[in-house]
Design a protein around this ligand. Structure first.
Ligand code: ADP
Length: 324
């Protein structure tokens, strides 16, 4: 085991509920292991500009229940350059930091992997993104809260949809992936779920709408923001054109999906991953992500998390067809 005395933690890229729970876990696990823990503000930008503070146990009190990240996060164009990453390393050396923990998504991990390789420095990633689109882990911090946010919103939309027999197209986040749409669609009992991982969904959708409209039944159609078969407004127009007397509405859920108090699942997952990240550093791991597979902690090389794509859960896809 290397002689670790000081570690640092930062949050990078998109914010996700549960990041605070992970920071808290890293700080408390670090202190338990007699380490000093520094918190870097505003992600890689803060690292480049030497914006870090020492965190004691009290500094992370009362944050497990809050969304966002109290260390703040940022997108850092400077860190994309080798010189920027060298400046970030200078800050780490200045404070005699022996290892860095980065909470973020695949972009943040790409940067973490380069920093680790170029400076031969230990960096551990914790998966934090509402999109759940990271290879090597079943769950990312924030995904469960986002699902619950979507579910609460769509339950409300359904009240008005069913009262008026309307068709509602609801767009949810997820970048190029359909993880949020698929799982929240099942949770909300959506009549159709359109995700980028599945082709040829439009014909099927039109057949289904034909049936629902003739039965005078409302419909919720969940659409992932990265859906490749068309823009949500164009799809709604297409349905409206075919069924002239039918009310069709579009609702873009937007940023409310990533806010609010994290769910119990996200808090527990974040706490487990935070402790696992400190353990990994102390066990001489470098350039890996701590993840969760089959409810066990796993270590996955950062390089793999960047290069490989996570596949959509086929079992869930199969039950969608049965339930609709
Ligand atoms: P996320 O981590 O949520 O995927 P981004 O893709 O915006 O978010 O990445 C966050 C930050 O990570 C970027 O602003 C940049 O500083 C750094 N980063 C992203 N991609 C790279 C890369 N290929 N090389 C170096 N740094 C990167």
């Amino acid at each position: 085991m290397e002689n670790f005395e000081r570690i640092a933690i930062l949050t990078s890229g998109g914010d996700a509920p549960g990041m605070n729970a992970a920071i808290r876990a890293v700080v408390r696990a670090g202190i338990k292991n007699k380490l000093e823990v520094y918190g870097v503000r505003r992600g890689y930008d803060g690292l480049i500009n030497d914006d870090m503070i020492k965190l004691d146990s009290a500094a992370v009190s009362n944050i497990i229940q809050t969304g966002g990240t109290f260390l703040k996060t940022a997108r850092s164009p400077e860190f994309l350059k080798k010189e920027g990453r060298a400046r970030a390393y200078d800050s780490l050396k200045k404070h005699q930091v022996d290892g860095l923990i980065v909470i973020g998504g695949d972009g943040s991990f790409a940067g973490a992997s380069l920093l680790s390789r170029e400076q031969n420095f230990p960096v551990i990633g914790i998966p934090g993104t509402i999109d759940n689109d990271l290879y090597g882990t079943d769950y990312t911090i924030g995904f469960d809260t986002a699902l619950n946010n979507v579910m609460t919103a769509v339950d409300k939309i359904r009240d008005t949809a069913s009262s008026h027999n309307r068709i509602f197209f609801v767009e949810v986040m997820g970048r190029e992936a359909g993880f949020i749409a698929l799982r929240s669609g099942i949770a909300c009992g959506a009549e159709a779920i359109l995700i980028p991982e599945v082709d040829g969904q439009l014909d099927k959708l039109m057949d289904l709408m034909e049936k629902r409209v003739s039965q005078k039944r409302s419909s919720i159609i969940m659409v992932a923001e990265g859906e490749r078969e068309g823009n949500i407004f164009d799809m709604a127009k297409m349905v409206e054109k075919k069924f002239k007397d039918q009310d069709v509405r579009v609702s873009i859920l937007g940023h409310m999906q990533r806010g609010g108090s994290p769910t119990a699942f996200d808090r527990v997952t974040a706490s487990r991953l935070g402790v696992a990240a400190v353990d990994a550093l102390l066990n001489d791991q470098r350039s890996i992500m701590v993840g969760i597979a089959n409810n066990e902690i796993t270590h996955v090389p950062l390089n793999k998390t960047i290069k490989l794509n996570k596949s959509i859960n086929k079992g869930l896809l199969e039950i969608v067809d049965i339930l609709i």
